[in-house]
Design a protein around this ligand. Structure first.
Ligand code: GCU
Length: 670
């Protein structure tokens, strides 16, 4: 286990020295050739070819076509760019590894693909001291003290894994950025990583600290309109591009949670972003400017990003894109989508998802996140009538933006299996796949990942006492994986919502960490918006945050008819009820139960789901090595223990207000 834990979903078995024809040589094409030579088992030769015809040009440099010849005896992978050839290669190997290439499908293969987003980017919240903010898989992959001279083999493995799922960009340092990342020493280290990533089509971006001119450059100010400040950034950009000619650009967290920004100098977010955009423009660099802003004011925190950014729509340069978290608060188990999606029409905006499970049980809980991201991408903003989904707001199709991107805050660390929980790899995988094609279903992605991960593990005897598995067992394994997909992966997100924060509850975590429950937490003098009671508002009259027109009126930030739907307690979806409304304990729910009983049922359902996860996992004991089996088994046990903790803590706390019993038929706290 320890030895192959790092293989991720790339567990291809060695092929039979396939014939691969390729006229052009380049580092990227050479990778494609060697992957196919090593792993292609389809038995027919493959030609890789860059062509500039109309059909391929329409698919862009990352797009590709994989086609079988008429007689079915030959395959070609074509693209207008080298990168597309590499992506096509991984596509073919994925079809093979997931068992989708029967003899007949191979002979009639005709695949044409192009990515939905131009920039498919991971955000590492990695600090220069090796720690990772909200990271649960060890320390940073980047060994800054060893670089630039010592190069870990994992850097290339990382690039390869990303390329295999279409990720083409990475921001390697924390958004709470140290100015030091832009020092000459560090840029030399970054250059080494960029050189390793380049052949895999993975571009480097950096998070920058807005006060770098003062903090690193020794200037008296970092005011974005100051001439010396601008000159400092210009020189810095020149230095960066002389080392890394394809450098992607900057990610900026400004005037948020104590970070410096243009507002410190009386300038707007747009003025700050545009100054950097102008500096990067000659090199085709871009600025990803985050909209994650809030402060302890009287205004509902959920409204603040919209209030600050919507008025700036149209004021940004064309190489700025505004990066918006999926929900208006902060990566909770369930949030409504951020109303900024759709509100900014002239400025390109990009979703920021969180792959690392900051609020979802760290690396102890199994939570497959594709259903959550799909829920966001498929949400209708109604901004240009029905069908104005977030996917279409952000992929450029609704407002014709050519700069499109999607970000995932990664869960990768230096743990042997990269992501802590062996199943957390599925979330890295799912992010890449959705960034490539947002219409993929969560079921398909789950199935792909399970097959690529567990089929090879099960088909290889892991010790002397286990022989090759029989074809009957193989069939059983296939159906077991399908069960794991439908009842474990696909259900796991709803389960975590149920046992942590059902019906629209949010942010009732313990003070100082985001793991366990503490709805009662009350720290005198602390920021009100960091207290759970700010969010749940439980009292004798009911529970929930009134964000309707009678309350904070956050519902007005959504477009009609969604705005009216959310505003009315009778039409607001029940899974967001307590996000938008303060609801009496005896409110009748659609099930016929009172709100209180419904809450009890939801918490209990979450717990029972996790018990079922343990049972679903158990039969895998027959197929895989004991170490891996037990690792996952233990984590599932912890997940149930934590689910019970959440249920008991929350129900016992809220019960003092509801003053009603927990129904006898449920698993009750003692
Ligand atoms: C959350 C998280 C922080 C992070 C911040 C951000 O608040 O807890 O650690 O810095 O989001 O996204 O900037």
């Amino acid at each position: 286990y320890a030895e192959d834990g790092s293989a991720l979903w790339l567990r291809y078995s060695t092929g039979a020295k396939a014939i691969i024809m390729n006229k052009k040589q380049s580092p990227t094409l050479n990778i494609a050739v060697s992957e196919l030579r090593n792993f292609w088992q389809g038995g027919i030769p493959i030609t890789l070819e860059i062509q500039k015809n109309k059909e391929l040009r329409a698919l862009g440099n990352d797009g590709y076509i994989i086609r079988a010849s008429k007689d079915g005896n030959h395959l070609t992978i074509t693209s207008s760019g080298e990168q597309g050839i590499l992506y096509g290669t991984y596509h073919l190997l994925r079809l093979q590894a997931t068992g989708q290439l029967s003899e007949s499908t191979l002979k009639s293969l005709n695949v044409s693909e192009k990515p939905d987003y131009r920039i498919r980017v991971l955000n590492h919240w990695d600090n220069l001291d090796g720690t990772i903010e909200r990271g649960y898989a060890g320390h940073s992959l980047w060994k800054w003290d060893e670089l630039p001279s010592v190069v870990s083999p994992r850097y290339e493995a990382y690039a390869r894994a990303n390329a295999s799922i279409g990720i083409n960009a990475t921001v390697i340092n924390n958004v709470n950025a140290s100015p030091k990342i832009l020092s000459d020493d560090y840029l030399q280290k970054v250059k080494v990583l960029a050189d390793i990533f380049r052949p895999y089509g993975l571009k480097i971006y950096l998070s920058i600290n807005f006060s770098s001119p003062a903090a690193l450059g020794g200037l008296s100010t970092s005011d974005p309109l100051d001439k010396e400040v601008i000159a400092w950034w210009k020189k810095k950009a020149k230095d960066i591009y002389s080392l890394i000619p394809d450098f992607g650009g900057f990610l900026v967290k400004a005037n948020s949670e104590g970070q410096p920004g243009p507002c410190d100098y009386g300038r707007t977010h747009a003025e700050g972003a545009n100054m950097l955009a102008d500096v990067l423009k000659p090199y085709c660099g871009i600025v990803m400017w985050r909209a994650f802003v809030y402060s302890p004011t009287d205004s509902d925190r959920a409204k603040q990003a919209y209030l600050e950014f919507e008025p700036l729509d149209g004021k940004f340069r064309d190489n700025v894109i505004v990066q918006i978290k999926n929900g208006p608060i902060d990566f909770q188990p369930r949030e409504p989508f951020s109303p900024l999606f759709g509100a900014m029409k002239k400025t390109p905006v990009m979703p920021e998802f969180q792959i690392t499970q900051e609020y979802l049980g760290f690396s102890n809980h199994l939570v497959f996140l594709a259903p959550m991201w799909k829920e966001c991408l498929d949400s209708d903003t109604y901004v240009q009538g029905a069908g104005s989904t977030i996917a279409r707001v952000t992929d450029g199709s609704l407002f014709s933006h050519s700069l499109t991107a999607i970000a995932g805050v990664t869960n990768i660390g230096d743990d042997i299996n990269w992501c802590g929980h062996p199943f957390a790899q599925a979330n890295w995988y799912a992010f890449g796949r959705l960034a490539w094609k947002h219409s993929l279903s969560s079921e398909q992605i789950g199935e792909e990942w399970l097959r690529q991960t567990f089929l090879p593990l099960a088909l290889q005897p892991y010790n002397d006492s286990v022989n090759e598995i029989s074809s009957k067992e193989r069939q059983q394994l296939h159906s077991q994986l399908s069960l794991l997909n439908s009842q474990l992966l696909q259900e796991s997100r709803e389960a975590v919502v149920d046992y942590m924060m059902p019906l629209g509850l949010h942010h009732i975590f313990a003070w100082g960490h985001h793991y366990g429950p503490e709805p009662w937490c009350d720290i005198p003098g602390a920021r009100p918006d960091w207290m759970p009671s700010y969010y749940h508002r439980a009292d004798d009259g009911g529970i929930g945050f009134d964000r309707s027109s009678k309350g904070s009126n956050a519902t007005a930030q959504y477009h009609s008819p969604l705005c009216e739907q959310l505003d009315n307690v009778d039409t607001c979806p029940e899974n967001l009820l307590l996000w938008f409304h303060h609801v009496p304990w005896n409110h009748r729910m659609k099930s016929g139960r009172t709100l209180w009983a419904e809450l009890c049922y939801a918490y209990d359902r979450g717990v029972q789901e996790t018990r079922n996860f343990q049972k679903l996992w158990a039969p895998m004991e027959k197929y895989i090595d004991p170490e891996r089996f037990r690792d996952i088994q233990h984590r599932l046990k912890i997940q149930t223990r934590d689910a019970v903790w959440w249920k008991d803590a929350c129900l016992l706390y809220f019960q003092q207000f509801s003053k009603q019993p927990i129904p006898y038929e449920l698993e009750r706290p003692v």
